[in-house]
Write a protein that binds this ligand. Structure first.
Ligand code: SF4
Length: 141
């Protein structure tokens, strides 16, 4: 409540996975603020800051490994559900506190830009530039 700069507030929607961001009124402004907050220069950092950063990078690495394990487990469980539905011969089950349905999804239609350009169509007047974004790259060496 006391913040006088939006950069002081954590992007809670983004931290929670980005679902809220899809319908957020401030999405463009939020992206601008994130990009504007990237320092322009590269400067040497002191030992304390280096140690704090190293600790955060290690936490990130550990969280990444946990997320990988959780993702793999989730996919295994989903495959077991498919297998059970296949064995039961049903695509839909309504339980007392859950429902499961399994259905085919048609492929998404998309524009073959290369084919359109090969046919002599210039699509550049219809190009649209999205909001700027930022990327944090973390690499272990
Ligand atoms: S886009 Fe909206 S919901 Fe997402 S982090 Fe920014 S302000 Fe929050």
């Amino acid at each position: 409540m006391l913040a006088d700069d939006p950069a002081e507030m954590p992007p809670e929607g983004k931290i929670a996975g980005g679902n809220e961001c899809r319908t957020c009124t401030f999405k463009s402004r939020c992206a601008d603020i994130a990009v504007a907050g990237i320092p322009r220069d590269t400067v040497p950092v002191g030992a304390n800051a280096m140690s704090a950063l190293k600790d955060l990078v290690q936490q990130h690495e550990a969280a990444d490994a946990e997320a990988d394990t959780a993702r793999r487990h989730r996919e295994e469980v989903r495959e077991q559900i498919r297998s059970l539905l296949r064995d039961l011969g049903t695509r839909k089950v309504q339980g007392d506190s859950f429902s499961v349905s399994w259905f085919p999804v048609k492929g998404r239609r998309s524009l073959d830009r290369k084919a359109a350009e090969a046919a002599g169509l210039d699509l550049t007047p219809f190009d649209r530039e999205g909001d700027p974004s930022e990327r944090l790259s973390i690499t272990l060496t």
